[in-house]
Design a protein around this ligand. Structure first.
Ligand code: FES
Length: 159
């Protein structure tokens, strides 16, 4: 049984163009993974295989790069990905209360996606904004100085 390719011609062209600009394979790899994720939200095993063929790398090498970057998702995610910082400054500044509020509002735990596919909730290591802890990222947006009261309006903003 053959598996259908999932990368579109536009994606393949974009990745090949990146490869021309980043002859270093590992750099081209991470940019290629980002292209795939922009189109599919996450990077499946089949997508890894196709990217490996374009970059003339092994799927295992692609997978290890993808695993290293925690903003590359190797499992399906919802339309909005909420990444809660769970490192030390955020703990000190009230992570527990913020995390509890987020989980309650979304009615999911870490690693889960809401039934309507609207949110996936994950953790992430220090976001480098410790002086404004607690912090989280939703999609590409950094939210800092979080309070229990600010969580509701922030989450509602993401459809
Ligand atoms: S510990 Fe959360 S931003 Fe640094």
């Amino acid at each position: 049984m053959t598996t259908e390719n999932i990368l579109t011609t536009a994606e393949i062209t974009a990745i090949q163009e990146i490869y021309r600009h980043f002859p270093e394979k590992s750099a081209a790899c991470i940019e290629g993974l980002k292209v795939i994720q922009q189109h599919h939200r996450w990077v499946s095993d089949q997508a890894v295989k196709e990217l490996a063929e374009i970059l003339d790398m092994s799927p295992a090498a692609i997978d290890s790069v993808a695993t290293y970057y925690n903003l590359i998702f190797r499992r399906p995610v919802g339309r909005n990905v909420v990444l809660m910082c769970n490192s030390v400054s955020c703990w000190i500044m009230g992570y527990d209360q913020i995390a509890a509020r987020v989980k309650k509002q979304l009615a999911i735990g870490y690693g889960e996606t809401t039934a309507d596919d609207r949110y996936t909730l994950l953790t992430i290591q220090c976001l480098g904004t410790c002086d404004h802890a607690p912090a989280m990222i939703i999609n590409e947006d950094l939210h800092r100085d979080l309070t229990a009261e600010s969580i509701g309006p922030i989450l509602e903003h993401y459809q």
